[in-house]
Design a protein around this ligand. Structure first.
Ligand code: PLP
Length: 565
């Protein structure tokens, strides 16, 4: 069998649906949206990832604000189809076998893109090896390395077993998948019966590889001590021959591996492209700004609205440009419905007693230090005063901390502390267990989407784009995609002292000050006293940002600039 698929897309995590809990955050959701775009636009793609039978954990928060992690139970064969093929990789000298499970993502026109989940839970393997694909970002460094070996080497081998012999391009979504380059070198040596790797072999492989980097700080990139790699990987010929390219001071850097063996490299927003070029000088790094999948992230009420006024929007996201002609009243009604669903959920699940007529600010994303969920609380007295004098506000939070991220967990506790402190003036809720479904509910149901990352750490961010599709403006620090999507007072509001040059020192106090000023001088008065202008901002979010920050535009850029260039 020879299956036609031109592009193989590799990602450590893929967010297909809440029911398939094999994603942890933005990276995985982007991968899912990318595949959905390929299906919509008939791009011949096949995707490869790992299965994670234990999923990304289920989050509970106890009465002290401590996050508790429970494994997610999900029935793999309820959603995925087991494939008969087997493949193996060598780990610490043992042959570790794995199988794959298939899920088909269907596009708007009926074209479909298969996703394969690799699974080492086979009776042929020892108990220690059977659990290698169980946990997403769990375990120690060795565990993670084994997973990347299965994804990279194993993913390519499984594609061949499945009959994909015509793959023209391999797209690595972040450095976790970089070992595919080494496996392609091994293949190249075998087929050309070369005994060593020369420059031509490297060029042949490089010509087929595309790499998207996502991490704007050096410490965030996957690195392994070379001793560990050699011990786990053993006698891998291609690896032994090329390790001089990317190992540095006894460390294997997965990003350098991909950088050196890819024909096309990109960051995920214009500014992230610039940051990456500074971080990795000497490499040509382009930028393709992320987008989100419209029909996945638009709430029901807005889907109905768009179907009525812009019927072609599902196939052609660019048509959302015409949202400017949707009557204001209808936009407000659709939003009110989405908001009602959120407030009902918040009140039922937390008993917060929130009011659907009060300006509701949303903040939901991974709970990790650089996202700074606590910035809005830096000056509680000021916040109280704003709520009393400018107009009432309420705040909805959600987000999981990585199980090993103690500071992230501390952040959740802090929010619950502020909830107690401010409770008599400002209602605050922390919703448990942030998933794709909850994201859609929270993002669409708020009036304003808050984002306060520490620049330049937000490579792109996508939740603000999802908000724009639902007519929800952002109040955000200028970082990642917002540098491109922000038009002051038209698509939302920027946080941060204006008129500073990039890189100039800005204190958190100044940022918080600016956040408070925007709330009390611009947003709250607009929301309560000038509804028409507020709705005009909502409409521009859809027309200006929805028509651009969609994954159809992103996929077209990949096709034109990366895949078939
Ligand atoms: C969109 C999404 C994210 C990414 O949010 P950012 O604010 O861009 O970090 C993370 N998690 C889930 C579940 C999402 O749907």
């Amino acid at each position: 069998m020879n299956v036609k698929s031109t592009i193989a897309y590799f990602s450590m995590e893929i967010g297909l649906s809440t029911k398939i809990p094999t994603y942890s955050g933005g990276l995985g959701v982007l991968a899912g949206d990318t595949i959905r775009a390929a299906a919509d636009l008939n791009v011949p793609m096949v995707a490869m990832t790992l299965l994670y039978r234990k999923g990304h954990f289920q989050q509970k928060i106890d009465e002290h604000g401590r996050q508790q992690e429970h494994p997610v139970r999900w029935e793999v064969d309820e959603f995925l189809t087991g494939m008969p093929q087997r493949a193996s990789v060598i780990i610490e000298g043992r042959e570790v076998y794995f199988r794959s499970w298939r899920y088909d993502v269907s596009g708007v026109g009926g074209f479909s893109v298969p996703v394969y989940f690799l699974d080492a839970d086979l009776p042929e393997n020892s108990n220690n090896d059977r659990v290698l694909t169980d946990c997403l970002y769990g375990g120690d460094q060795r565990y993670r390395l084994c997973q990347e070996i299965i994804l990279g080497f194993g993913g390519v081998r499984m594609l061949r077993e499945l009959g994909y012999n015509d793959i023209k391009l391999f797209h690595m979504n972040e450095g976790h998948a970089s070992f595919i380059t080494v496996e392609l070198l091994n293949e190249e040596m075998r087929t050309s019966e070369r005994t060593s790797i020369d420059q031509d072999t490297i060029e042949l492989v490089r010509d087929r590889c595309i790499f998207t980097t996502h991490t704007p700080v050096p410490a965030g990139h996957d690195k392994y001590p070379m001793d560990l790699v050699e011990q786990v990987l053993g006698d891998n010929q291609a690896f032994k021959e090329i390790k001089y390219i990317f190992h540095y001071e006894g460390v294997l850097n997965m990003t350098y591996l991909a950088l050196n063996l890819s024909r096309y490299i990109n960051g995920v927003a214009k500014s992230h492209g610039e940051v990456s070029r500074m971080m990795f000088s000497g490499y040509d790094i382009e930028a393709i700004t992320n987008g989100v999948h419209a029909t996945t992230w638009v709430s029901e009420p807005f889907q109905e609205l768009y179907d009525q006024y812009i019927p072609e929007w599902r196939q052609n996201n660019f048509a959302l440009r015409y949202a400017l002609s949707i009557p204001q009243q209808d936009i407000w009604l659709a939003h009110a419905e989405a908001k009602k669903s959120l407030i009902r959920y918040v009140n039922q699940s937390t008993g917060s007693g929130m009011d659907e007529h009060i300006l509701t600010i949303g903040f939901a994303r991974r709970a990790t230090v650089y996202k700074r969920a606590n910035l809005v609380f830096l000056d509680m007295e000021r916040l109280r005063q704003i709520a009393r004098e400018a107009g009432p506000v309420q705040l909805v939070f959600a987000g999981k901390a990585h199980p090993q991220d103690e500071e992230g967990k501390e952040l959740i506790k802090r929010i619950l502390y502020y909830r107690e402190k401010l409770g008599n003036v400002i209602k605050i809720a922390y919703l448990e267990n942030y998933t794709m479904d909850l994201a859609k509910l929270v993002i669409a149901g708020c009036d304003v989407w808050l984002n306060t990352p520490k620049p330049p750490l937000e490579a792109s961010g996508t939740s603000g784009m999802k908000a724009a599709f639902n007519g929800v403006p952002s109040l955000s620090v200028l970082d990642g995609w917002w540098i491109e999507g922000h038009l002051e007072g038209i698509t939302g509001w920027a946080i941060g002292p204006q008129g500073r040059k990039r890189g100039e020192e800005v204190t958190e106090a100044e940022e918080a000050q600016s956040l408070y000023d925007k709330l009390s001088n611009d947003i709250i008065p607009l929301f309560y006293n000038d509804r028409e202008r507020f709705i005009s901002v909502m409409r521009h979010c859809i027309a200006i940002n929805g028509s651009f920050f969609n994954v159809h535009r992103m996929m077209q850029e990949y096709v034109l600039n990366a895949y078939f260039h």
